[in-house]
Design a protein. Sequence first.
Length: 637
Amino acid sequence: MPEFLPLREEDPTHVGPYRLIGRLGRGVYAAEGAEAGRPVVVKLLGPQVDQERFLRLVESIREVSAFCSAQVLDSGTAGGRPYVVSEYIDGPTLAAVTAGGTRLREAALHRLAVGTVTALVAIHQAGAVHGDVRPENVVLGPDGPRLINVGVAGAMADSAETTTRQVETPAFAAPERLDGAEPGPAADMFSWAATLVSAATGRSPFDGGSMAGTVNRIVGEPPDLPDLGDLRGVVEGCLDKDPARRPSSSDVLLRLVGETRFLTGELLPQAGGRDEPPARRGRGPLVAVAAFAAGALLSGAAVYTLAPPWVTTSAASSPSPGAVITSGAPITPSVTTAPVASVPPKADKDVELPDIGATLHEHPDDVARLTAYLQVSRPFKTFVRDASGRFEEVGLAEEPRVSPDGRWVALNPWLKYQNSDMDHVRFRDLSTGETFTVQTVKKPESTQVPAWSRDGRRLLLSIRTEDAKLFSGFVVVDVAARTSTVVNTQYKDAISLPFTFLPDGTIARGYSGEKSQGIETYDMSGKVTTTKHWVGMPRDRDWYSPDGRQFFTVCPKSGDVCVWDAVTGARKATVEGLDDDVRLIGWFDDDHLLIEDPGKKKGRLQVKVVDFLGRTKRVLADLDERGSNRQWAAIRR
């Protein structure tokens, strides 16, 4: 339990259902809620606030993604005073750090900029504003910088029973706010830029020695800026006196990570774009984004999930709410008299996903359906499907991977090393919204291509080398213990060959040798234990059928798909007739595969269910090609 200032005699002991356990500031308390041992933050407001309007506005803020910001959890009234409850972030504020003499420079300042503007992108795209960005509202948490008090200042200003709007900290307020205007996205960007300057210097860029002097400088004088390196241009733009000339949060984020596009399997700068970064920006977060995206395209790293109903080898478990729908019993492939599983011949519902140009064709009896996706173009939002079938935004620029039992989503960030030299993966409980972060490897290595064990207890990530060309090992995360184990393996191999779990929990990956291509298994020391050198090349992570009795590869010496008996190693089927531009996605059920195939309409792709003779049994989705036939591979699990 973190330490807090003790409560004073005049402080309340309870606010609504929350027991106060310490002070964090004026009217701000650490508290315990329904989940003992996990503190939350309770902000108690004055009785002059219009309670009904305040609570209505705060409720809208709760829809904002918690990515890089403290999530608003609850609100209410107690003793005639409204209160708002938010997630507790363990770490010092930026104000406390700079007050102690620390100054952020170069990479550290750039990480702060990316993390905080990412939070603003999520806030603004939800139709909200922060309203009070300043060093006191930036917490340097263990998994990166977080904005706190999202929207509270704006809600207080909008609901106060007064005609005078107050600005608590004018040193970081936009000029229009000092004139009484309500907070807006452009004002957030002004305050964000001023906060960055304070991180580098310890003071506002408009510090005038007094409140009156500071206000005069904000309204009528240019900012006092230090050497900000590549950040100077974007900071100057955000500090423009005219809010209409300031860049948006999404434009700033793209400037910081690089205006990018997918081309021939790589992430490249957008030629001629106004936000094209300088050449030496390659040392910043753009390197991590480019490395991840290239790996996603080459290895099929998943962010868009067509998830079969995985069954553990020890015992079948009942699906939890939000898990993939299952029907029928598994069919044993080795029994030649067993009937072939049927595929619902026609969808009864279309689900439109306009943000990625996709239409899903669904039927209640489908055994595989889309569960998560990431937008691979701006604004890079991450979505996961909830129990009702609705897609919920859960992050920004994070590759999602839903656990087989539907309880967790692992979120692997595109942007690496935002607040430390350690890479990390974030976990979110889809039933409670609880999140936590586990660190993985140290810079310059990174972790990518997450894969779950079938019991949902462990997550596996492949370790990418410094030169971003090879996978050199793996990390196993124990979700219950919230710990990670780093294993450097006996061999290194291409980034098209990530590690994965086999149905029994063994770790394996494909390999490419001079004379053969096949599959190797590894122990926890990183040594190869077995080799199937005759089977050809596996694809991505989901080689094994739902019942675990067979797996597929691209056949040796041909482009056909081979289906193998997982016990004997014998070839069970050869799926012929698939065109060269068809991409193998995974399994639909034990008798059918999922492929991506160019549709009949130009610029469109289709996700199809095919049998072992290559015959199409059903179209599951139509997808806008968006200029690249690799996009589905880059956004699937």
